[in-house]
Design a protein around this ligand. Sequence first.
Ligand code: RIB
Ligand code: CA
Length: 316
Amino acid sequence: MDKKRNIIIDTDTASDDAVAIIMALRDPSVNVLGITCVAGNLYVDQCVRNALISIDYAGTYAPPVYRGMEKPMIREKMVTAHATHGQDGLGDVGYPDPKGKPQPEHAVDAMARMVTEYEGDDLEIVTLGPLSNVAMAILKAPEAFKKVKMITMMGSAGLGPGNCTPVAEFNIWADAEAAQIVMQSGVPFTVVGWDACLGKAILTVEEIDALMADNPSELVKFCIECNRCLRNLNVKRFGSALIDFADPVAMAVAIHPECVAKMIDAYCFTEYKSESTYGQVVIDYNGVAGKPFNGRVCTELDADEFKRYLYSLIKG
Ligand code: RIB
Ligand code: CA
């Protein structure tokens, strides 16, 4: 049996994060060492509750959950996305309280500890929200982080337009200073931009109806119904009740690289000084800046493989 991949999931657990967490917990090749929660889509306690609920619905094992940063590192105005995911972040369906409880250890301390404990053991971190926890942990344990195999982040507009400003995507825009610390830390990273999560990666109404048609399991119903607020918003945004699954795409890129169609190397940095372009991730893949490449960017997904993989995990 191949060795399982040890990953830490860092999340601002709303409805698309929940599906990504479930994917990781149901992939037998992955061992989720811990789930660290960060404020972003929601307030951090809501993220903790939703991560614990996601563990219950995954129905496999219960990794420790840690409560992390309540606010961005420097940015004064905290932004949330209740309008996108619902007041509870899970479509305001009213899911029952989770079985589990968070650990007493702060997420930043837990992440720094796990990175140190698993030094050189191919530890990977998958981030689904703002990078406040990861940046703080890097500042706390910079040498240990140099041994982290990869940080795969859902973040940036990629090579396309932003979803919060013309140039900024939410996870980066929520704490650009944190993103810049991560990108300049020397830790290898892979960026899954907003652009890679659109197009054919989106679940269409027909695909959603097909998933829900043949006597869906409680898990399939959860994955779709907790995204009902996102679907309502998408009727306004895209004219259809589709689901853009940004975090599941990033999780698939991290743990099922067969779904990557194109990956480029680049020098990336995050703009945090300018008001108008705050949160923009500049991706220099032509070496124009003359800086060594510090990351990779997934610019194209094999959407068919992504969906096949996603369905195999939630329908299986
Ligand atoms: O821009 C999309 C990202 O912002 C996703 O991670 C979603 O959960 C929100 O956090
Ligand atoms: Ca997220």
